[in-house]
Write a protein of this length. Sequence first.
Length: 415
Amino acid sequence: MTAMTTGAAGFAARYAGLRDQLPGARIAAVAALRAAGATHFGATGFPTRRAEAWKYTDLASIAQSAFAEPLIAIDAAVVLPPETGATRAVFVDGRLRPDLSSHAGSVGADPAAATSGIADPALPMVALNAMLFEDGVLLDLPAGTDGGTFDLVSATDAQAVAFHPRHVIRLGAGATLLLIERNTSAPGVGVLHNPVFEIDLGAGARLTHLRLNTEAPEAFHLATIAVRCAAGATYDSFALNLGAKITRNEMHVALNGIGAAAHLNGAQLLDGARVCDTSTYLDHAAPGCASRQTYKTVLAGRSRGVFQGKILVRQIAQKTDGYQMNQSLLLSEEAEMDCKPQLEIYADDVKCSHGATIGALDEEALFFLRSRGIPKDEARILLVEAFVQDAIAQMPEEPARDAVRAVLARSWKAA
C-alpha cells in the first residue's frame, strides 16, 4: 500500500512518483496521454461549484479526503455479485482479477488502447484518470458479432483506496452486446472510484449498457462515459444508483453518423445525505439522429439529486429528434432536486423537447392502498416502485429489465 494522498496535490505527487512504473510508460502515446492529464488536473484540481458544470455538486469532501492506492489487488475474499453465466471480467480495486474472470482482455496489458481520444482529456476527472489508470476492461467485438451478455464487475473491500479504471469497448459494424456493469464495495469502506469508459460503436452496432451501483454509503463514485456512434449505431443506457455518498454519472454521447441513436435512461433512489448527479451531453452531429432520455429520482432524508441534460444540434444535423424528461419524487421536506435541461440548436428542421417535474407521493393513492389493508411503509414502497418502473420499461432487452428489478427489490425493500 502506498502512502496516503490528500487532495489534488497528493494525486499529482503520486503520479510524479509512479510515472515510470505505470502501464504504458514506454509507449509514447500513453506517456503523452498521462502527461496531458497531469497538466490539465494540475491546472484545475478537483472541480468546484464555481465551474458551471459542477455548480450543484460539491466535491470538497473528496478533495479533503486521504486515499491510499494499492499497487496490487490481493484480497481473494472480496464479496462479488452472484454469477449469471455470462462472460465476466472482475476488477478488484481497479485491477483485473484473472482468477475471478472468464475474459482476459485488459487495458493493463494493452495500455495503448486507452489513447483513442473519445473522452475529452480536459475534463478534470478524465484528466485524473489519465494520470493514474492502471487497468480496465478491453472488449473488442468484430463486425457482425453477437457478443451476448457481458458482466463487468468492480469491487473492493479495502479501506480508503482510490482507483481509476479506464474501460475501452469497441463494437465493429453490426455487432451487438448487452453490457451489465456492477459496482459494489463493502459497508463502512470509503473509496474513490473514478472510472472512464471509452465506447466506440461502428456502423449499425448496438450496445445496451446497464449500470448498477450498490457501493457503500461511504464511497465516492465519479464516472465519465464517452460514446462515439457511427451511422445507424445505437447506444442504450440505463443507470440504477442505490449507493455511494456522492455519485456523478457524466455522459458524453456523439451521434456522428446518419441515423445514429442514443437512449439514456436511469433511476436513482437516495436517502440520508447522499448526492447523485446525472449530467448528460448529447451531440447531434449528423442528420436523422434520435435521442431519448428518461430519468427518475426518488429522494428521502436530506438527500440531493441533480439532473443536467444538454442536447446540442449542429447545423448539419437536420431531421434531429431529441427528447429528455426528468421526474423527481420527494419523500421528505428536507430533500432537494436541481434540474437544468438545455437545448442548443443550430439546425432548422428538428424536433426537440424537454421537461421536468418534481412532486410528492400521491396521498389519494396512498390512502387507497392503506384502505385495502396494506401497511403505510409497504404502500409507500409500492408507489415508489411504480414511479420508477416507467424508466425501467425504456430498456429494450428483458434480461436487462430483470436485472434491474432484482437489484431494486433486494436493495430498496431492504432499506
